[in-house]
Design a protein around this ligand. Structure first.
Ligand code: ATP
Length: 357
């Protein structure tokens, strides 16, 4: 379908005051036929970025190309309806007084499509989003998930090359959200449309995306595959945002050797420029820590245990050291107060300079 190339994209809403830019100098290359997610906490600039791609917000600086065609540069802005993009919003934005059919057919009628083609296109689109049979219902006769599918159908029926989705699942309950995730991914694969998806939910981003752009404070922190951003975070902001993590202060004791309080020693790959004597933080995911009843590992005491069904979560307090959050298979059972040895898979740890953002 279509690629998007963003260079130096910048937007400040309150020019002149000290507030940081909503989006600052963003570079992003989105390949065609990809599912790309803009991920980050509330206020990090995701929606502003999406709306600049759509053409609803004018950037202060930077360019946007779609398939090599310039659609946005200061003083040279292609209007939203000429960008070949559809948009789906969190609140569905379907017309309450129109039926499913009337909601979806609207875009085709504007294009004055011949009746036979229009009918075929409507049938195809409604089937694509599993709405066949519900054509005559009004939105208030549909579930939240069905209403969101109407919104999707309305965008898809006009065959956009790019679909922009702004937290489209956040009004749905947890179970439905998971079902819709699977449907969205399937939809993207079947249509080949480039999806740009905004969410603050890292699990959603990991499940859906080919690539994730992690944003914070209006800036891009990392752009990579879900595996990259989860297992190889570029900095502590990304490590912290992409799921549970223990961020432990440590000192570089020698080449590739870290020492932390509580007798914790790790052999790790150090990033360039970090040398013996430097203070660092090491990020350790809870699932990369093992608790042993005895044997190798730093001595610790179990201070909390929570059974979560598929996993059990422990807090293990290293003797005169930090407390680590640990996730294990539920078959492995320790009691609060048990003495354990903590073993860490250092190959899965990331190291950041202490002063890193
Ligand atoms: P959320 O997940 O809460 O929607 P977001 O990451 O999408 O957040 P944006 O909506 O892009 O964040 O907002 C980025 C920053 O720009 C925020 O500080 C926000 O307050 C500010 N902002 C957004 N829209 C406007 C506006 N129209 N006028 C002034 N400031 C705005």
């Amino acid at each position: 379908m279509a690629s998007i190339s963003i260079k130096g994209l910048t937007k400040s809403f309150n020019a002149g005051d000290d507030a940081p830019a909503a989006v600052a100098n963003l570079d992003l290359d989105i390949k065609d036929n990809q599912f790309v997610t803009l991920l980050g906490p509330s206020g990090c600039g995701k929606t502003t970025t999406l709306r600049m791609i759509a053409g609803y917000i004018l950037p202060d600086a930077g360019t946007i190309h779609v398939d090599g065609r310039l659609v946005s540069a200061p003083g040279n802005v292609v209007p939203p309806d000429q960008r070949g993009m559809g948009m789906v919003f969190q609140n569905y934005a379907v017309w309450p007084h129109k039926t499913v059919y009337q909601n979806v057919v609207f875009g085709l009628k504007l294009r004055k499509m011949p009746a036979a083609r229009l009918k075929a296109k409507m049938e195809e689109t409604l089937a694509l989003v599993n709405l066949t049979g519900l054509e005559q219902r009004y939105p208030n006769e549909l579930s939240g998930g069905q209403q969101q599918r109407v919104a999707l159908a309305r965008s898809l029926v006009v065959e956009p090359e790019i679909l922009l989705l702004d937290e489209p699942l956040s009004n749905l309950d947890a179970k439905l959200r998971e079902n819709m995730r699977v449907e969205l991914k399937r939809l993207q694969r079947r249509t080949g449309i480039t999806f740009v998806y905004v969410t603050h939910d890292q699990a959603e981003a990991l499940a859906l995306s080919d690539h994730i752009a992690v944003m914070h404070g209006g800036r891009l922190q990392q752009y990579g595959t879900p595996q990259d951003v989860y297992a190889r975070p570029a900095n502590r902001v990304v490590a912290d945002f992409m799921g549970l993590v223990n961020l432990v202060p440590a000192k570089v004791a020698g080449p590739g050797t870290l020492e932390a309080a509580g007798g914790l020693k790790l052999q790790v790959a150090l990033p360039d420029g970090i040398k013996t004597g430097d203070s660092v933080e090491v990020s350790i995911r809870p699932e990369n820590i093992r608790l042993n009843a005895a044997g190798n590992g730093a001595p610790a005491t179990v201070s909390e245990r929570t059974f979560l069904g598929n996993i059990t979560e422990y807090y293990a307090s290293l003797d005169s050291g930090p407390t680590l959050r640990v996730q294990t298979h539920p078959a492995q059972v320790f009691a609060v107060g048990d003495k354990v040895a903590v073993e860490i898979d250092a190959t899965q740890c990331s190291v950041f300079r202490s002063s890193a953002p």
